[in-house]
Structures are given as C-alpha cells and as structure tokens.
Design a protein around this ligand. Structure first.
Ligand code: A3P
Length: 313
C-alpha cells in the first residue's frame, strides 16, 4: 500500500502558523524572503519539497497579472500546434487556465497525483519565486519560462482583478504594498530579479520574457519561445504562416471574445470569473490610475533595485 500523503494544510500547518503574517487584501505569510498569499503558502511549500520534475517538463512562471494567461496560451499553442487541425484547437473551447494546471491550486488542494497522471511533455504554471522552486527545477531538472511586466501596469491589473471579489478595495493600499514589498508574491523586484539572474546564468534552461516585448512583436518572441521549448518552427511551417496562426489564436481580441473565456470560473481559490483574466491587454493603462508622482516613485524604486543588473523596466 502507498503511504498516505497528508494534505499540505495539515502537514505544514504549524510551520505556516509560525510565519510572520500580514492582513491585507490578500492575507500574506512571509516565507523565505517572500510574502506568499496565506491560502497558498502550504501548497507552495509542498511544491518546493515534493515536486520532482521530468526532464521535458516546462514550468511557466509569472509574477501575478504580468501575462500568465497569455504565456499559458502561447506555450500551449506552440506545444500542441501539430496535434490539431486549423480551426479546431482546444484553446477555442477552453480557457488557458483550464489547459495548464496552476501548481498552487493543485498542491493546496492535495491533488498532486493529477500532475503524475499528465502525459509528457508537461506544462505547469506557478507564481513561485525562483529561490523557492523545488531543487530539482533550479538544479537543471527541467526548463523554465518567466514573464514579467511594468510594475505600474501590474498593480493596476491586480487592482481590477481583485476588485471583482472585493469591490471596496483601495488602490492606495495596494500601491503601498507594492512599494513596501508586501504585495502577494512580493517583493516584486526580488521575484523578477531571481528569474532574471537565472536566465543570464542558464540561458538554455530559463527563458525570460516581458509582456511589453510580446505586445511589440509577438511573432519574434513566439519563434524564440518555440526554439527554447525544443519545438522550433520548420521552414515549411514558417511558409505556411504557423507563427502568425499561433499569435492570432492567442491574441487578446480573439481570446476575449471566446465563449470559454466569458463564462464560468477558473481556479479553485475563490473561483475567479474567467472574463476577469481579459481586461484591456495593453501597456501603459497605469496613466489613468496613478499620479505622475506615484508613477515616478514606483519607477525610482525599481530602477534602484534593478541597477547594475542589465534589466530595465
Ligand atoms: P490588464 O488588466 O492590464 O488588461 P495574468 O494573466 O497574469 O493574470 O495577467 C492578466 C493581464 O494580462 C490583464 O492585463 C489581461 O488583460 C492581460 N491578458 C490576458 N490575456 C491576454 C492576451 N491574450 N494578450 C494580451 N494580454 C492579455
């Protein structure tokens, strides 16, 4: 008989209860340098301690509200492009979050056996900070793709997202949590820098993307992503416009209007309405939400933190 694996909430309950706590729009626990959402903390710890990657796994990581949905759609479309006839792709029927499991939900709910049952190559998704990833992953056991975004647009996006559940949310409180680092999965600069440095040290294993770059030239980055994933577009595919097809299938305008992305909820934690993952899909919407002073403050903080790393915002 196989030993029963206790649910993370039970197994790591005492550990989590002893961590520093912050009550806010999403209550946080400070674990190994990062403010994890309290609800997901046992799940992240379980992932960190229990997950063993397969060599052809692809872990898609994002800072929340920085392009997770887009990256999941693009990676899934790249990976599965040969398997479906044009016009009959699962992304036309399913929300990207229903195509690729979210580690935090899987582990928090004690459903990790689901990951074992997935056929290879597996695509899995998390917001886990780099230093908290399972050793098997950081040790080179599989590949990682990361996406980040201008923190000003991240905070605006996060505000609108969480307002769907908490209509009286304060933008000022959320802004402050970004600046003091207590925002969920924060400090954001440390989250981004962890993956930035890993991508410089191991470019063959860690691929770093920016939301704004994708907006500017999705095709170029989809090509590079496919190459990184070991599934480069062949000359015949190039000639047939396969890159443009992937970009079009995953484009904001296309996805936003699909029935699968308008109805129902995704994820188990608080069950977000699926349409909440598709709001504006642009860069620079921060101008309508913060004063030039606030913007300058955020820019200064990140410029300072990123100083000398080669990373710009
Ligand atoms: P906005 O709120 O600025 O519109 P995440 O997927 O990490 O939760 O991030 C959500 C943000 O990505 C939202 O930003 C959302 O509109 C945008 N987004 C979702 N799907 C997208 C797509 N296919 N193309 C471009 N942006 C997308």
């Amino acid at each position: 008989a196989t030993a029963r694996v206790p649910p993370p909430k039970e197994e790591f309950g005492d550990l989590v209860a002893a961590l520093p706590r912050k009550e806010q729009f999403l209550d946080g626990r400070f674990y190994q340098g990062f403010w994890l959402p309290e609800h997901y903390t046992p799940g992240v710890i379980a992932f960190q301690r229990r997950f063993t990657p397969r060599p052809d796994d692809m872990v898609l990581v994002s800072y929340p509200k920085c392009g997770t949905t887009w990256l999941k759609a693009l990676a899934f479309a790249v990976m599965t492009r040969a398997a479906y006839p044009a016009g009959d792709h699962p992304l036309l029927r399913l929300n990207p979050h229903d195509c690729i499991p979210f580690v935090e939900d899987v582990f928090t709910d004690g459903h990790e056996a689901k990951l074992d049952r997935l056929p290879s190559p597996r695509l899995i998704n998390t917001h886990t900070p780099y230093p908290l990833l399972p050793e098997g992953v950081t040790g080179g056991g599989c590949k990682v793709v990361y996406i980040c975004r201008d923190p000003k647009d991240m905070v605006v996006s996060l505000y609108h997202f969480l307002r769907r559940l908490q209509p009286d949310l304060s933008f000022a409180d959320m802004f402050d949590s970004v600046t003091d680092g207590t925002v969920p999965y924060g400090p954001m600069w440390d989250h981004v820098l962890g993956y930035w440095h890993a991508s410089l040290a191991h470019p063959d294993r860690v691929f770093f993307l920016k939301y704004e770059d994708l907006l500017q030239d999705a095709g170029e980055h989809v090509r590079a992503l496919a190459e990184f994933m070991g599934r480069p577009f062949s000359p015949a595919e190039e000639a047939a416009g396969a890159v443009a097809s992937v970009v079009e299938l995953c484009s904001f305008d296309k996805m936003k209007d699909l029935e699968a992305n308008k109805r129902g909820t995704a994820g188990t934690y608080k069950s977000m309405p699926r349409d909440a993952f598709f709001r504006k899909g642009v860069a620079g919407d921060w101008v309508s939400h913060m004063s030039p002073e606030m913007a300058a403050r955020l820019d200064d903080i990140f410029r300072d933190k990123f100083g000398g790393t080669g990373l710009t915002i």
